[in-house]
Design a protein around this ligand. Structure first.
Ligand code: PHE
Length: 382
């Protein structure tokens, strides 16, 4: 084939006239592509370079397409040049791709570096603490469960009827004033509910819903308008109620004594029953326990100080009647213990207010490990 024919043919398609010029074009394309390859900042950009060069419509692919229309001589000369270009660009792409992947891995490893010599972080159950009130409720429940008591509960917002009237506080009775009651706004009938001032209304709820024999304790929140070092507007009580045909003051004293020994974890407690007044018990008493406060530490069962810890008495016949029970057939006793107070005594906490301040430092100091559940067998306080 003569040269002019080939040139004519080539010019019609793509090819430059001068083979040297063609070489230069290939050289500059190659330089340009290789520069783009090495400048590609990431794998996405690199892929764009690959598509622009080797993709279906890429610059190198277009060049390869021209081979088909060439004369055998031209093809012989241009073929290896274009294929060589294609191979070098492909090799450079692969090398750059590997390099970028390695660099990306390096960056990731550097950013996710962990120091395996650092101490492990504590698990939540190792960090968290039970509030002393929750702990004391669990302890009290374990002790009374062992004596055959079930747990009963009632609402914090209570009717005036259950908080007072059914408990033998007649309307206008001065004992109502002593409770510093929080009243809610009156309802459509003019009746005002109250935040219960004690757990005793649950005595009524229990006696109206269960038949004797009854043996329950009632732990819960109670409310009175009062605040100082040993009083907070919300506090906790645990109520006890026993109703059957024989429960008497001797059994009341035994139950309270067993409870105090178990709770304070001492072999002996000395208790003093002082006559007192509650409208819903007759006779009524307040109970003090003997302790010593030598050296700022409270010890029970010894010393000369008396600490008041609870109120109690025989359930008043009017209260039994208010619950549809016949006082000539059944009788019983009740007691109410200030949970916050016995918690302070047992665990040496001087001020009640931090109980409800949600200060993590206080909880770290006075709180209990959550998995040390109190039981008489396993030990109350671990
Ligand atoms: N509810 C009484 C109080 O809050 C305590 C108490 C309970 C007294 C049961 C006697 C019997 O003061």
């Amino acid at each position: 084939m003569n040269a002019s024919g080939a040139q004519k043919h080539t010019r019609r398609r793509h090819g430059p006239r001068d083979p040297n010029e063609a070489m230069t074009d290939l050289d500059s394309l190659e330089r340009d592509l290789l520069a783009q390859v090495s400048a590609a900042p990431d794998e996405g950009a690199l892929d764009a370079v690959r598509v622009a060069a080797l993709g279906k419509k890429g610059s190198v692919s277009e060049l390869l397409k021209t081979l088909g229309a060439m004369t055998p001589d031209e093809r012989k000369e241009r073929g290896p040049l274009i294929n060589g270009l294609r191979d070098r660009v492909a090799t450079a792409l692969t090398a750059r791709k590997t390099g970028l992947a390695e660099a990306a891995l390096e960056t990731r490893l550097a950013s996710e570096r962990i120091d395996v010599t650092l101490p492990g972080r504590e698990a939540p159950e190792a960090r968290g603490r039970m509030h002393p009130i929750s702990q004391v409720i669990d302890e009290v429940t374990a002790i009374f469960a062992d004596m055959g008591f079930a747990v009963a509960e009632g609402p914090d917002i209570e009717t005036d009827e259950l908080n007072f009237t059914a408990l033998n506080f007649p309307p206008g009775h001065p004992a109502r004033e002593m409770h510093d009651t929080f009243f809610l706004a009156p309802d459509a009938n003019g009746k005002r509910k109250v935040l219960r001032t004690h757990t005793s209304p649950v005595q009524i709820r229990t006696m109206r819903s269960q038949q004797p024999p009854i043996r329950v304790i009632i732990p819960g929140r109670t409310y009175r308008h009062d605040s100082d070092q040993t009083h907070t507007p919300m506090f906790h009580q645990v109520e006890g109620l026993v109703i059957d045909t024989a429960a008497n003051i001797a059994s009341l004293k035994w139950v309270l004594e067993e409870f105090c020994k178990a709770f304070f974890e001492v072999d002996q407690v000395k208790m003093r029953f002082r006559p007192s007044f509650f409208p819903f018990t007759e006779p009524s008493a307040e109970v003090d326990i003997l302790c010593s406060r030598k050296g700022g530490e409270i010890r029970f069962g010894e010393g000369t100080d008396w600490l008041e810890i609870l109120g109690c008495g025989m359930v008043h016949p009017n209260v039994l009647r208010n619950c549809g029970l016949d006082p000539d057939v059944v009788q019983g006793f009740a007691f109410g213990v200030g949970l916050d107070r016995i918690a302070m005594l047992k665990y040496g906490m001087p001020d009640l207010r931090p109980f409800f301040e949600a200060d993590v430092r206080w909880l770290d100091h006075y709180g209990f490990r959550p998995l040390d559940v109190p039981s008489l067998v396993g030990g109350l306080t671990g």
